[in-house]
Each structure stands twice: as C-alpha cells, then as structure tokens.
Write a protein that binds this ligand. Structure first.
Ligand SMILES: Cc1cc2nc3c(=O)[nH]c(=O)nc-3n(C[C@H](O)[C@H](O)[C@H](O)COP(=O)(O)OP(=O)(O)OC[C@H]3O[C@@H](n4cnc5c(N)ncnc54)[C@H](O)[C@@H]3O)c2cc1C
Length: 293
C-alpha cells in the first residue's frame, strides 16, 4: 500500500530542521534511516503530512572521544557501530549489540538516533544506553538539553522528546580495563527483534571482587529495564559462576512482562533469568581477562 501523500523537506542545517518541525507541529516527523518509519508509512500506521529528512545534517554524523565519554551523533548507522572503527573502539559493547539488529540492509540504513527515538521495547540499543547510564542529547526550539537514559524512555514507542525536538547524539562512558560486557538475546529467527535481550556490564575491583554490575533487559516491559536488585546483590562479591547465577535468579522477580503472540509472560521471566545469567558470566570472564591484560 502506498503511503498517504506527504510534503518532503531535506533541510541543510539543524536549525532549519527544528524550525520546520516547529512550524508543522504534530503533522511533522523527522526521517532518519527510515527502517521503522517507512514501514509505518506504507502500512498507514503513521500518516504525517510532513517529513523532515535529517540525512543531510553532517553535524549529526560525528563520533568523537570526549575524555572518559564517547559522543555518537544521532545519524551514525547501526553498521558503523557494528564495524566499531576509530573512536567507536572505546565502547565495543555497541559492536556486539548492533550486530544483532535485523539484517545487514537494515543496519546499513538504521541509525542510533532513530532507534532511541523509536523506543521499541525489544530494541537492543536502548537497552545498551540504559545499561551504560548514557545521556541522550536533544536539541529543540529552546536549545539543547541532556536527558539521562533512565528518564528518556517513558513507555513503549514513547520518549521524553518534546515538540520539535530532535536527538542530536548520545554520550556513553568509555569502557576501561577491568570492565567486561556482554549482550545475550533470544529471538525466534536470526535477525528478528529479540523476544528478550540482556545487556550486562561488570567492573572488577580486583580479580576476586566485583566493584559494580549494571544489567538492562529489553523485551520485559514497555521500556528497557535495569535490574537494581541483581546489581546490588553482586557489588563486592566474587565474580564466580555460582554467585553470578544465584544473583541472576532475582531477575525474574524484578520484571513484570506482558505475554503476547511471541512469548507468554512467564516465558519472558524465564528468559530474563537465563539470559541475565549468561550475560553476567560472559561479562565477568571478559572483565577478568581485561583486568590482567
Ligand atoms: C526487517 C527489520 C528488522 C529490524 N530488526 C531490528 C532489531 O532486531 N532490533 C532493533 O533494535 N531494531 C530493528 N529494526 C529497526 C531498526 O533498528 C531501525 O533502524 C530503528 O528502529 C529506527 O532507526 P531509523 O534510523 O531507521 O529511524 P526512522 O525509521 O527514520 O525513524 C524512526 C522514528 O524515530 C524518529 N526519529 C528518527 N531520528 C530521529 C532523531 N534524530 N530525533 C528525533 N526523532 C527521530 C522518526 O520520526 C520516527 O518516529 C528492524 C527494522 C526492520 C525493517
């Protein structure tokens, strides 16, 4: 089915893009990689009268190290994250997560900003940004503001983006030595959205002691969920398999998923526990290797 006709704008500057979004209000939508928006248009589930194409905004393509942080512009494609070249080497967790998104055609066009703005509850990148306590940078008619990931994802397909605001980029911490990470997910077929995905980041104080653990899950609620109980249970503990698995057992009790056509609520809770355990074990093993390397 063809999309409902729309006006198309391809602004050359961010200011112009924001002015167009402001002028057309609820009638307008930004377009990035089109990998979520275009299917919605052709299914007529979205009917914007105006599309504001962000693809000519070079300033949204930057990737740079800013001290202990990594800045990734909103228009950076999933495929670039998967390749992980240049400054992206500072956060290799993105490489593992991006490789799990759709297929190579989707990854060649889809962008990190689009994925965060779309806020699909099963998407990998929102869970990564949540696990890393990233900050999403938004620019709108009132200027720029920085929103912590925990405040950015408000509900399924709903974010803290205000009227005429666009995501300009995201700031993530650089993963230093002694930090290990892993992404584990279960999907029905390779390339499908995850039924549940688990992202774990483990930081060791010494080879025998965990300093800090961060875990975020996708597919267990309307937004990516951190697991504060599991994280607190592991601080100061030994990073052995038994301890990690015991703590991961608490994951099922920290989420309250709905069942749907893909999986029942109880199966999602089961996956939360199993995938958290697997991600923690791999992340802890990597942290130990990186600590001693
Ligand atoms: C076959 C297929 C399989 C897929 N599998 C997965 C998967 O396994 N995991 C996964 O995470 N995703 C998957 N996706 C979705 C993919 O990751 C998309 O790239 C992503 O969800 C949206 O990014 P985009 O750049 O294509 O955004 P678009 O489709 O262009 O836009 C999506 C939404 O975000 C808004 N938007 C875009 N950029 C900005 C911005 N900078 N500021 C404000 N609003 C913005 C748009 O207005 C729109 O509402 C799949 C898609 C397809 C078609």
């Amino acid at each position: 089915m063809p999309a409902v006709p729309f006006e198309y704008h391809a602004p050359a500057t961010l200011e112009e893009a924001i002015a167009l979004l402001r002028e057309h209000g609820d009638e307008a939508k930004p377009l990035a990689g089109g990998q979520s928006l275009v299917p919605l248009l052709t299914l007529r589930l979205a009917r914007p009268a105006v599309l504001v194409d962000l693809n000519h905004l070079e300033e949204l393509r930057a990737v740079r190290r800013e001290g202990d942080a990594l800045w990734i512009g909103a228009l950076v494609r999933h495929r670039a994250l998967e390749r992980g070249e240049g400054a992206l080497r500072a956060c290799p967790l993105l490489q593992d997560a991006a490789a799990l998104i759709g297929n190579v055609r989707v990854r060649a066009l889809g962008t990190i900003g689009g994925s965060l703005a779309h806020a699909d509850p099963a998407a990998e990148l929102p869970a990564v940004v949540q696990a890393l306590d990233g900050t999403v940078a938004l620019r709108g008619p009132q200027g720029e503001r920085q929103v912590p990931a925990g405040d950015f994802f408000v509900g399924a397909l709903t974010t803290a983006l205000g009227p005429a605001e666009v995501i300009v980029g995201v700031r993530l911490p650089v993963l230093g030595p002694g930090v290990g990470y892993a992404v584990e997910e279960f999907s029905r077929r390779a390339g499908d959205f995850a039924v549940v995905a688990a992202v774990a980041v483990v930081e060791l104080r010494s080879p025998g002691e965990i300093a800090r653990v961060r875990v975020a899950l996708a597919g267990v609620g309307s937004t990516p969920r951190r697991l504060p109980g599991v994280e607190a249970a592991l601080a100061g503990q030994r990073p052995d398999a038994e301890t990690l698995r015991r703590a991961a057992g608490g994951a099922a009790g920290e989420v309250d998923p709905d069942g749907d056509a893909h999986a029942s609520a109880s199966y999602r809770r089961h996956l939360a526990r199993v995938l958290t355990a697997r991600a923690l074990e791999r992340a802890a093993a990597m942290a130990a290797r990186r600590k001693t390397a």
